[in-house]
Design a protein around this ligand. Sequence first.
Ligand code: 0RQ
Length: 499
Amino acid sequence: MHPTLQKKLMTAEEAAELIVDGDVIGASGFTLSGYPKAVAPMIARKARRLHDAGEPFSISLYTGASTGDEMDGELTRANALSHRVPYQSHPDLRSAINNGAVEFSDLHLSHVAQYVRSGFLKKPTVALVDAVDVTPEGHIYLSTSGGSTASYLLMADRIIVELNSYLGNGFKGFHDVFIPKAPPMRERIPIYKVDDRIGIPYVAVPTDKIVAIVETNAPDGTRPLKEPAEIDLTIAGHLVEFLKHERHHGRLPEGVPFQSGVGNVANAVLATLAREPEMQSVCLYTEVIQDSVFDLIDHDKLIFASGTALTLSIPFQERLKREMELIKSKVLLRQQEISNHPEIIRRLGVVAMNTALEFDIFGNVNSTHVLGSHMMNGIGGSGDFTRNAYLPIFMSPSTARGGAISSLVPMVSHVDHNEHSTKIFVTEQGLADVRGMSPVNRARHIIERCAHPDYRPLLKEYLEYGLKHAPSRHTPVVLSRAFEFHLRYEQTGTMLPKS
Ligand code: 0RQ
């Protein structure tokens, strides 16, 4: 290591001492990939020590999206977090948000970097990043996530680099870092093909801002994905049949890229696409690239994948290390404001596939709030993609909690994606294509194709009641009954009426 950088080497514990009460940390990390793993637990330790001594200590934490236990878990358990932005999925942090201990700003992920650069959010005082290399000129080569890290590095006064040797120098070159100009002088973002590179492979920072370098050797703490369950495969099967049908009828141009959300259903869809002999090779213009990218590669079905996070389970992180050059020729990582940018999603005609918690008979979707109140993870990129996609698709099992909850309800208890943006719904029961339909036809179609048989008659009865008693036949919402499923669940523990 160059002597100028060597002087900044320190332990994670020493680096944590540089963090003070009230700091705003802008960190790397997106869906458990590329987040710093060493310094945050030491910040948590410092917080405990200060709290025990009766002193205040709490920080704000901005990231790309969710991070692992070393960051979101440790900091939450030490009561060290006051404000979290913009997405999370850790059970302890989720509880702290829902019990009011941590303030949470749930933002569209494409907005975050611009929020920070334009001063809508407090300026990060410290950037804390997981990197594969840092050079004497101040070139920081990010690890497995792009996130909003380049903007945090740009805006923060102090930078702490976790120099992570796990992936090795071979990882350099995965990133394409580009920050758009500020409005109103912004120019077009010149991505015309999924694999277009428009930036540079590192983030350039003034070296005097780097206050600490902490050496680590740690893989991402990604949770292993389960083998796809029967229900995930059934949903994936309906979806793939639909895509083949659309292609056959000339409504799905060859080469339109796919975006797929996180989790088991999303992974099962891509794995099913990979195995389907009639589906041609695909491009991904997405945010999270999961293990299933290897299914596509192995079946020679991947043309190229552009994302902001390479979220791989440990066996696939090991495989990435073994096949670095092959994967690099097929995958690139962008900043999340570019991976999720409306201009590019609309231009490329992305097919967006995301998971809903619940959706209603008219096509509104709730992705975030259980019973309208309890925060699950956040909207993430689902809004960026859904609103701008060529074909937005929502998937969900038709019931949750052993059948006590219907994912299809008379009216969603919280709206993340409204009926004007949504088009296709899929459950294990079937697929509803509601493009161009009036609200009543949408409702009939969605109930018939997607509802669980236990709930279908109840939803039909609600619709028919609305057609008789609602103030309008256009969208026959009956306010006094619209939340009867949710209220019944709160009162009895099931959305099904007592028989
Ligand atoms: O609860 O874990 O206690 O059993 O919700 O449900 O079926 O395991 O689904 O893990 O795919 O997550 C929408 C949360 C789905 C996710 C959501 C309960 C259910 C279970 C999880 P348990 P599943 P998944 C890319 C795009 C928003 C962000 C997004 C998400 C738990 O996909 O966060 O799309 N999406 N980003 O029992 C009450 C209902 C329920 C319900 C399910 N209707 N009411 N509970 N559950 N339906 C990623 C990023 O942008 C970063």
